[in-house]
Design a binder for this molecule. Structure first.
Ligand code: ATP
Ligand code: MG
Length: 341
């Protein structure tokens, strides 16, 4: 038996599958920064370009989106000296461990993944094999660092649970206690920011409608316009939180306000309950612009020097590789692959 004491380590990733959205910021980036700032735990943050290509990406756009995402991490407050920031394809251990996990995970487990069903839609015979196998790569992303905590939005909970199943099956199949059971960390008022066009659908960077989301690159006028046009019902905001029941669009705007203002939804309702959307939306727009404009400006500044971004990512990949390579070697040894040292 291999006995490993798993020191706490945080891992999470974002795909360069488009520009960053307010959902990515509130559900992921802002919380990554809080974890980094709280100190005392190693934080590993990854731009998961190999996940992005599970659906077609124009090569030039992928390059741009990768650098822009790196700029988004840094502009939001990720310090590449204190956190490890890199792109997935540059640390080969992710793909190597993913293959092992393809052989551990069961087909039936993958067939239950709601993200695959959502993304494949009616077209499931015609999507890439990579899209189907995505969760095994995600398990490898996390477990190749022996990460113990995975801050994600609500939509990724099922994938982190699958990661736990893969870790448990590997340990059980080989009679080891090698991989930890990572915990999804899903906290705050905005763990599931919804589309501005449809309060039952998650806001996504790959949604065809740009009006469905706020991008971190949107200027103040665009943000205001998108919030003004966001779908709502005709009722004013309720006086109590219970009154948001059955009103997904209203709830979404309250949650976004709460997360941006660092208040609870109760506090937002206490302050704004009874207001018409004609009053609440402009307050929300002002708040969103005040919070996002400095990030947008800093992203723009960083994007002036793509070579510097590339250097930061390369240095991050080197540090990531130092953690991942020995864990992969030990995995190969456990599996019985000759030459693994
Ligand atoms: P895609 O549409 O290409 O899947 P995405 O917007 O869903 O893009 P991902 O890169 O898949 O973004 O996810 C990055 C992180 O952002 C994950 O932790 C995910 O849970 C979180 N996230 C994504 N969308 C939202 C959202 N609407 N609300 C809260 N968190 C979100
Ligand atoms: Mg997604």
């Amino acid at each position: 038996m291999t006995e490993v004491v798993h020191t706490p380590r945080v891992f999470s990733g974002i795909q360069p599958s488009g520009g960053l959205t307010l959902g990515n910021y509130l559900g992921a980036l802002k919380r990554f920064v809080e974890t980094q700032e709280s100190g005392g735990i190693e934080t590993v943050y990854c731009i998961v370009d190999m996940h992005a290509i599970t659906v077609w990406q124009d090569p030039a756009k992928l390059t741009h989106a990768t650098r822009e995402l790196a700029a988004g991490f840094i502009a939001s407050g990720i310090d590449p000296a204190r956190s490890i920031l890199f792109n997935q394809s540059q640390v080969p251990a992710h793909a190597q461990l993913a293959w092992i996990f393809n052989c551990v995970a069961r087909l039936g487990w993958m067939q239950r993944m709601t993200q695959f069903k959502d993304k494949a839609g009616k077209n499931s015979e015609n999507v890439s094999l990579g899209l189907f196998a995505y969760p095994a790569l995600m398990a490898a992303d996390i477990l190749v660092y022996h990460a113990t905590h995975v801050p994600v939005g609500e939509d990724q909970k099922q994938h982190v649970e699958l990661t736990r199943d893969i870790a448990a099956k590997f340990n059980n199949d080989f009679g080891v206690e090698f991989f930890p059971q990572p915990e999804p960390v899903i906290e705050g008022a905005a763990t599931r920011v919804m589309s501005l066009r449809d309060g039952t659908k998650k806001m996504s960077k790959s949604d065809p409608s740009d009006m469905s989301r706020i991008n971190l690159t949107d200027d103040a006028d665009t943000i205001s316009k998108k919030i003004r046009k966001a779908k709502t019902d005709p009722e004013p905001l309720p006086e109590t939180l219970d009154g948001l029941e059955g009103r997904p669009e209203a709830r979404n705007l309250v949650n976004i306000y709460a997360a941006l203002a660092e208040l609870t939804p109760e506090q937002v309702i206490a302050e704004h309950g009874g207001q018409q959307f004609g009053t609440f939306k402009p307050s929300l727009a002002d708040l969103a612009v005040a919070r996002l404009a400095p990030i947008t400006a800093e992203m723009g500044r960083l994007m002036q020097d793509p070579a510097e971004i590339d250097r930061i990512l390369a240095a991050g990949a080197e540090r990531a590789n130092e953690i991942a390579a020995p864990i992969l070697r030990r995995t190969y040894e456990i599996v019985g692959m000759v030459g693994a040292r």
